[in-house]
Design a protein around this ligand. Structure first.
Ligand code: UD1
Length: 372
């Protein structure tokens, strides 16, 4: 049955893919998006779905929110400021857009008349901090962030918090304690917890999806504050070597945006998902060096990455998803890593990509957030 759906951040990378799919499935879709200049270069993206209604507005503005929510059955809340490093010096902006914007949305849902029957909020693996690990002697452990002293000693590997021995990364389940290590991650935890608590209190079915490292077409290639796959694409396209922090063996769970869309549709349909948080990843780790190598190869360029052996403040070493909880709902990641990267590159080839990453890194260096 056709539903009336609001997607906040529907002009962004993940939101726009969700818009396309929900429109294709015959729903009536509305977008609320402020076309953030850092992401969109001051232009309306050409991929913006003409069959969706577009409200050019801000998540922090109550009038824009009220107009957006009118007659809506389901909300996907994807709007957020997304630069981890940048959140460490534009602290107020990140709290304002992510935490306060979500607070405003919830206040309207609890104080105004509306038809909203479900809220799905985009959360993030960044709320975990380090992933889960196993120690040969102590079993499963949840280490905190590495200390500056450890970074300086260039010993990148995670140690057991009990006995100090090196530990091995294992899949991270939802129950792992949350140790957010950036302002961005704190605001993502805020978004998740505020939505779940308010949804529960007022009986508005709410689901939080903890996205792992999402990649795919439409990831902004000129936004130097975005994820590593987009940054490396832009570097390689401009014939610059990807800059690799630490030794390149740190790993993440790279999940394709099409799989993220599937997870959203699934939790929209399943009542058994309500009031829960779910990991959305592939369950398979890939290291950063592999990402640089596969992207150079797919772009057909012989560019060797520059492994700088420096640390970026707040970076974790490993985190990949335990997806058994969302699997029980029926989720299965479908896009194979190589196919997904190929699609990213096919799209990347025809995009304009200004490589602004050096300037962005310099901003972090000046603030001692990346080592000099
Ligand atoms: C990313 C996203 C975050 C999202 C999370 C889960 C960004 C900035 N971060 O965090 O919004 O919530 O995934 O989806 O979009 N690296 C390099 N060179 C670079 C850039 C990064 O070596 O030029 C390394 C980093 O040191 C890190 C790894 O690549 O070890 C991943 O970095 P990044 O893509 O920023 O992702 P996360 O910090 O995992």
């Amino acid at each position: 049955m056709e539903k009336k759906i609001l997607i906040t951040g529907g002009a962004g990378f993940i939101g726009s893919h969700l818009v396309d799919r929900l429109v294709k499935d015959g729903n009536s879709v509305r977008i609320l998006d402020n076309l953030e200049p850092q992401v969109h270069n001051g232009k309306t993206p050409e991929y913006l779905n003409p069959k969706a209604e577009f409200i050019d507005g801000d998540i922090r503005n109550p009038d824009d929110l009220k107009a957006s929510i009118e007659d809506i059955d389901i909300i996907f809340h994807e709007a957020a400021a997304v630069g981890v490093g940048q959140s460490m010096y534009e602290i107020q902006k990140y709290v304002d857009v992510n935490t306060y914007g979500t607070a405003k949305l919830l206040e309207i849902l609890v104080n105004e008349e509306h038809d909203v029957k479900k809220l799905i909020v985009a959360s993030s693996m960044s709320i975990y901090g380090e992933g889960a690990y196993e120690c040969d002697d102590c079993g499963i452990v949840y280490p905190k962030l590495r200390t500056i002293e450890q970074f300086r000693s260039r010993d990148w590997d995670i140690k057991c918090p009990n006995c100090g021995k090196n530990v091995k990364a294992i899949p991270t389940p939802e129950e792992k304690p949350l140790y957010p290590t950036s302002i961005y991650a704190i605001t993502k935890r805020d978004q998740e917890e505020m939505c779940l608590v308010t949804g529960q209190a007022y009986g508005i079915p709410t689901v939080a999806l903890r996205y792992f490292n999402v990649y795919g077409p439409r990831q902004s290639l000129s936004n130097p504050y975005t994820g590593v796959a987009a940054i490396f694409s832009s570097r390689i396209k401009n014939n610059n070597p990807p800059i690799i922090f630490e030794d390149g063996l740190q790993s993440r769970d790279f999940v394709n945006v099409d799989d993220i869309v599937e997870a959203n549709l699934l939790v929209m349909k399943k009542n058994s998902a309500d009031y829960n948080a779910f990991n959305v990843g592939t369950g398979n780790p890939a290291n950063i060096l592999e990402i640089a190598e596969i992207l150079s190869k797919l772009y057909g360029k012989d560019i060797k990455p520059d492994i700088v052996n420096k640390y970026r403040m707040g970076d974790i070493r490993h985190c990949y998803a335990d997806i058994s909880k969302i699997r029980k709902l029926g989720f299965e990641p479908k896009v194979r890593f190589k196919d997904g990267m190929r699609k990213l590159v096919e799209w990347g080839r025809i995009q304009e990509a200004r490589d602004l990453s050096e300037k962005a890194t310099q901003e972090l260096v000046e603030r001692n957030l990346v080592e000099r």
